[in-house]
Design a protein around this ligand. Sequence first.
Ligand code: PDD
Length: 279
Amino acid sequence: RIVYVNGNYVPESEATVSVFDRGFLFADAVYEVTAVVGGKLIDFDGHVTRLKRSVAELSMPAEVDEAKLRGIHEELVSRNDIDEGLVYLQLTRGAADRDFLYPDTSTTPTLVLFTQKKAVVENPAAERGMAVVSLPDLRWDRRDIKTVQLLYPSMAKMEAKAQGADDAWLVEDGMVTEATSANAYIVTGDGTIVTRGLSNAILHGITRRAVLALAEEAGLKVEERGFTIDEAKAAREAFVTSASAFVMPVVSIDGAKIGDGSVGPLARRLRGIYLEALA
Ligand code: PDD
């Protein structure tokens, strides 16, 4: 694979980043994951807008140039022959002597991008549906900033796997926040799509925004509010959204079947509508 590091396209075996990089030492870094379908970037503007916001929230002295970043994404997609998959971008505050204080603004940010081939459209998990378990949300309180502090989500996913499930839904103050790396939704008895409202408690998903807009266009009812695991277990359907999973049905929570335990019609329809809109 060819990867991008600070202005250079190099084979992955030749790519290097300093051991003093603050992304490595302090998780002082932000990232984005953009899906690629048919060689095309999905919702790229949304990802760049969110990246700009993450950079601003952390006062990173990095310039986020949409046209330049698009060019790098497209170059990597082409060089690595990505028809379907993902582009990962990570931007750190750069390398500096280890100090909790940010270095002065002359430090050069580190920009790294790489690609991953992945069948995102024909994903067998979308036919099967996912099993999730609930776990406490022990992440920090600024989940709206897309930082690389992913250790807790990683631990939670390991725990979910140990319990025989595919992922975890995280719970704080009795309410579901989101999944380890996706936004969480339920469908109530009257067909309303319910997902947590935007705040610092969740990542403002780019796929979430697109799916909610498409749902409203299709005349579906959407309510942005918190919900409990008990409400989710009693829901008609459940699903998650993310750039890598699109709309992914959830068929059980903590071992309890959602609906009849198979992929729900609304989740299937939304996935279809979303995929159609990409074409
Ligand atoms: N994760 N919530 C969390 C905690 C996430 O990490 C993600 C994305 C989402 C969905 O956001 P979007 O629709 O913009 O992808 C919600 C990416 C895909 C990842 O970490 O791989």
